[in-house]
Design a binder for this molecule. Structure first.
Ligand code: GLY
Length: 388
């Protein structure tokens, strides 16, 4: 018996050591690749977002870009993983390029932008200036909350392609990702006003965004006067009734975060339901990397979306720590695939982004089968979460 126990302990220890050293080697490769990307970004004094059709780095729009927080956020994760001051310096430099965007009232993405950058920075350094940036951004994000609807408005509908859809008050499932900044702002200030908005938004979304199979619509359009649902649409998915892959990942991540801050069981249940939809979906390929839309018309001849897989993996790692369900097999499947040559670029290739094969928006003809800064961000977050 004693020999059996010792053998089991030895086996467990070997497995643990081999998993952690695998994780270390992926982080090490990511750090090598990002050393090159930071060099490119330093030279341009710009933030990398993706790669153009001509094979050049496409930089974020300096006027505002919903993805601008991810690159400095990735540097913060590398700082957390390595303790190397060069990553802290890079994160501080690149987030300072958009600090002034904390006053924006024209879209909902301040949560993505400021929580992934300044939020991680504050978590790791306790720098009071970062906290002030976060609470200012939370104040400006809160201006988009409408109490008739019980939601933050995602997009303005006065210009651009959004103006052509006939919407009055569109709320996208992605907006769940902006709530973390509000929960954090309440924690940092002791003022519940931010958290109350986040809870109202999560509850309204829970009521209207989900279908019986636990997949979600992308866009719910509300009447801003009455709060009635006007339309259930898509913007980035294949069809109004289809399940856009990244949207499912945003919902999973968003409700997991809501449970983290509130411990309200209904959010945990919702996250578990979404996880069930994603992990048990029969049409997903064996490697766990979904097509860009679960109902895309030409499967298997459709692009995969690595960003959706990376967000899902990171969310499942956190959900696994709250839930009685075991998400480890699903996490392992995705993380092993992402680390493979099929999805991770060789150091020096892929314009120095870590992951290949993501999709921005197929209906808009944008960023199809390319690297994306947010795929790298959530992959690094997942690697750091696993390391912990
Ligand atoms: N709006 C964020 C996304 O494209 O997923």
């Amino acid at each position: 018996m004693k020999t059996l126990n010792s053998t089991l302990i030895l086996l467990a220890l070997t497995l643990f050591i081999s998993c952690s050293s695998k994780n270390e080697s992926e982080l090490d490769k990511a750090a090598q690749q990002f050393t090159l990307l930071v060099k490119d970004a330093d030279a341009a004094n710009k933030i990398p977002r993706t790669v153009t059709a001509e094979g050049e780095i496409h930089w974020t729009n300096p006027r505002f870009d919903w993805t601008e927080g991810f690159f400095p956020g990735s540097c913060w994760y590398l700082y957390e993983a390595t303790n190397d001051e060069k990553w802290k310096k890079a994160a501080e430099k690149f987030q300072s390029l958009f600090e002034k965007h904390k006053y924006k009232t024209t879209n909902h993405d301040l949560g993505f932008v400021f929580n992934c950058s300044y939020g991680n920075g504050y978590r790791l350094t306790n720098n009071k200036d970062f906290k002030n940036v976060m609470t200012t951004a939370a104040d400006f994000l809160s201006t988009r909350f409408n109490s008739n609807v019980g939601c933050i408005k995602s997009w303005d509908v006065t210009s651009g392609w959004q103006a052509e859809r006939g919407w009055k008050f569109p709320v996208i499932i992605d907006n769940m990702m902006n709530l973390e900044l509000l929960f954090e702002a309440s924690k940092l200030t002791g003022n519940d006003k931010y958290k109350n908005i986040a809870i109202a938004h999560a509850n309204t979304t829970l009521k209207n965004h989900f279908r019986d199979d636990n997949s979600s619509f992308h866009v719910i359009d509300y009447d801003p006067e009455t709060g009635e649902v006007r339309n259930k649409h898509t913007a980035q998915g294949f069809a109004h009734t289809s399940a856009w892959a990244r949207g499912q990942a945003w919902g999973l991540y968003g409700y997991t975060v809501c449970y983290r801050y509130t411990k309200d069981e209904k959010y945990l249940e919702q996250a578990e339901k979404i996880a069930k939809f994603i992990t048990e979906y029969k049409g997903t390929p064996e490697d766990g990397i979904p097509y860009w839309d679960y109902n895309a018309p030409n499967i298997p001849n459709e692009p995969r979306d690595v960003s959706a897989a990376a967000i899902t993996a990171s969310a499942l790692i956190e959900l696994d720590s709250f839930s009685n369900n075991n998400y480890q097999p699903a996490i392992d499947k995705i993380m092993i695939s992402l680390a493979s040559d099929k999805y991770t670029a060789e150091v020096g290739e892929n314009n120095h982004f870590i992951l290949k094969h993501s999709v921005g928006s197929i209906p808009h003809g944008n960023e199809i089968d390319v690297p994306l800064n947010y795929a790298d961000y959530y992959y690094l977050e997942a690697l750091v979460r696993l390391k912990k």
